[in-house]
Design a binder for this molecule. Structure first.
Ligand code: ATP
Ligand code: MG
Length: 272
């Protein structure tokens, strides 16, 4: 089956005080249905810029300088801003790093969920209420009916991230883009959110594009991996390719710098 998302030779640049500079150079990968592709790389390697370019939410001084972004076979770069708004609401869900900062502090969580449903579905009021409860239950929030009346500050970081995942899933997107969704959370909560995403991937069959700088997270999440450095993709392959037979010196260095990963190494032994 064709991949949900194909990024082909994507390049992006920004106009800065020093003039126009290309910061992402010819990145190519695809995300399959029911699979997770992780982009991993050090800070500043261009991971978030790639996400933003896919979603059409680059900063005003940025623009795509080359390549294509195919979502279900259609080139998103030819879409109008209005068409992209629909894609971002219904086709592609998004989750970012700072869950409490991403929720609106002055409206209840229920209102925010229902607003998403008003914009992107034709459910009536009762349907929206039912769907909002169902979504909170799906992401593991206890007492969902009651929690719909809560405000952002009444949620812990981990629970707020669950709410944002529920919002991203409200319209059954085919693809979820998650840019460091667990970086701001402590380790046990991080593990719960990763489990949740893995479960949803299997249950809903959506593709996930997951951004992280943490190879431990890659080991938990990825089917496929893109390693980025200085705006370039230095390696792309399956999780086995990357962990068992890293081709590039940089990837080998990255793996070697994470001793705790050696404990996981047997999982990736060939034919294991
Ligand atoms: N609006 C902008 N104007 C100019 N340069 C930018 C802009 N946004 C990003 N960049 C540059 O693009 C490069 C890649 O940034 P990006 O945010 O994608 O890194 P990242 O891999 O997501 O890092 P991190 O792990 O810290 O989130 C950086 O050098 C950054 O300075
Ligand atoms: Mg980033």
């Amino acid at each position: 089956m064709a991949p949900i998302l194909s990024v082909e030779g994507l390049s992006v640049g920004f106009l800065t005080d020093l003039g126009f500079r290309e910061t992402v150079h010819e990145v190519s990968f695809s995300v399959e249905r029911g699979k997770t592709l992780c982009i991993v790389g050090e800070s500043g390697s261009g991971k978030s810029v790639v996400c933003q370019a896919i979603l059409g939410i680059l900063a005003r001084n940025g623009r795509r300088t080359g390549g294509r972004v195919l979502f279900e076979g259609r080139d998103l770069c030819t879409f109008s801003e209005r068409e992209m708004e629909t894609i971002r609401g219904k086709g592609i869900g998004m989750v970012f790093q700072d869950p409490l900062g991403s929720l609106n502090p002055i409206h209840t969580v229920g209102r925010q969920l229902r607003e998403t449903l008003i914009l992107h579905t034709d459910l009536d009021e009762r349907g929206r209420q039912r769907r909002a409860v169902e979504l909170l239950r799906m992401v593991g929030i206890p007492e969902p009916e009651r929690r719909l009346a809560s405000y952002a500050h009444q949620f812990s970081g981990g629970m707020a991230q669950r709410v944002l995942i529920a919002m991203a899933l409200a319209c059954n997107p085919k693809l979820l883009i998650a840019d460091e969704p667990t970086t701001a959370l402590d380790v046990t909560i991080q593990a719960q959110i990763l489990d949740l995403l893995n479960r949803l991937k299997t249950e809903i069959g959506m593709g996930i594009l997951f951004i992280t700088h943490d190879l431990g997270v890659v080991a938990e999440m990825a089917d496929d991996v893109v390693v980025m450095r200085h705006g370039r993709q230095v390696e792309v392959g399956s999780i086995q390719d990357i962990f068992v037979r890293p081709q590039m010196a940089y990837t080998q260095e990255l793996l070697a710098s994470m001793p705790h990963l050696n404990r996981k190494a047997p999982i990736y032994r060939e034919n294991a």
